[in-house]
Design a protein around this ligand. Structure first.
Ligand code: DAV
Length: 365
């Protein structure tokens, strides 16, 4: 048993796969406002996702676990909490938590270090507790593991721009994108904030997206915490940036998949190109609409899980994405996963690499 992973593609040996049990459409909070009247959750309401959706998601998550186990990969599962419970710190209270499906958002393994992200939603402040029994067991089993947690944020009103949503939604597109580029979204710079799923790991280089969940102070904290890495703060032309793993997805050394609808900064493109990386525009998703009850987009089609530099799991209905990866030389493992999407994402979101074989390398010398 070993905790260790330097990138998104080395041979996967041990992984956590999330669970859908008890996932909530979370109660309103400064960072998030859910408004899905057609799906039974009009503005201001909250509650558990329907039981039949939860059962369907769990079936697909269990199937993913079996697919991985049948390939000799060890799979662990988190312990869901009662996410319907109100939670509080001395400075705020929140009427519900969220869930334990997108493990990728909460935790990241960088080398022998397992790092707990700050998170930036009040509904997700306690989510690490769903994963703690596993983390404790890893810490006991692997004397070489480093266990770290970023500073727990306060998440007071000072961490959020008041009236952000209405103001932002009323801006013309160019001004919205200027805000994205400047990192002036819902989070202020009062304290470091980041979700682990805004990090794309490429050995010595870590690409961290500033987003609705990650601020500049969070990226600065990561840079200071990981002095042996080059930590790049990046943005894309995306009106609702939230986690990098449906936008900029490294697949193997020299190959990154990019969401064509979300142009990258010229600096980022140049950095990859001068280091002989191929930047490939991901195939257009098969679906026209985002998943229900979800902040994710249809670009979950490119939220793939790489098993080794020649093998990749792709959502089973995303034919064009599978064909593209096949042409790029991968063995494609189709995994049905669309029923999981309402619970927080795709195959990459739902997993955490505990151990990938391999060593720290510099892919951008
Ligand atoms: O860009 O559609 C995908 C990842 C969510 N964890 C998006 C978000």
């Amino acid at each position: 048993m070993k905790v260790g992973s330097w990138n998104e593609w080395d041979p996967l040996k041990h992984v956590v796969v999330g669970r859908a049990d008890g996932t909530m459409v979370q109660a309103p909070e400064p960072a998030v406002v859910r408004d899905w009247p057609e799906d039974g959750f009009p503005l201001g309401t909250y509650g558990p996702l329907p039981e039949e959706m939860t059962a369907a998601a769990n079936e697909q998550l269990d199937n993913l676990a079996h697919v991985l186990e049948s390939r000799g990969i060890r799979v662990d599962r988190p312990r869901p909490l009662d996410f319907s419970r109100p939670v509080a710190t001395p400075e705020w209270s929140q009427q519900s938590m969220f869930g334990a499906m997108p493990v990728r958002d909460v935790l990241v393994v960088i080398g022998n270090e397992l790092l707990e992200a700050t998170m930036s939603f009040r509904s997700r402040w306690f989510e690490y507790l769903a994963h703690r029994p596993l983390i404790e067991s890893y810490y006991r089993a692997d004397p070489g593991m480093r266990w770290e947690a970023a500073p727990k944020p306060r998440l007071t009103e000072a961490s959020y721009r008041p009236g952000f949503r209405d103001e932002y939604d009323a801006l013309p597109y160019e001004e919205q994108i200027a805000r994205v580029r400047a990192g002036e979204l819902v989070l202020t710079e009062a304290e470091p904030l980041f979700d682990a799923a805004d990090i794309a790991r490429c050995g010595k280089d870590l690409f961290v997206q500033q987003s609705l969940a990650t601020n500049a102070a969070g990226i600065r904290w990561l840079r200071q915490h990981l002095p042996e890495h080059r930590v790049h703060g990046v943005t894309f032309e995306n009106l609702h940036p939230m986690h990098i793993d449906a936008t900029w997805v490294p697949l193997r050394p020299g190959l990154v998949l990019h969401c064509a609808e979300r142009p990258a900064d010229e600096d980022l493109l140049q950095y990859f190109k001068i280091n002989d990386w191929q930047v490939v525009r991901a195939a257009t998703p098969g679906r026209q609409t985002p998943p229900p009850l979800s902040a994710c987009s249809r670009w979950l089609s490119m939220n793939v899980l790489v098993l080794d530099p020649g093998t990749v799991c792709v959502e089973a209905s995303e034919t064009a994405q599978m064909e593209q990866l096949d042409r790029l030389g991968f063995e494609v493992v189709p995994v049905p996963f669309w029923d999981v999407a309402p619970f927080g994402g795709g195959l990459h979101c739902a997993t955490l690499d505990v151990h990938r074989e391999g060593v720290l390398e510099d892919y951008f010398p």
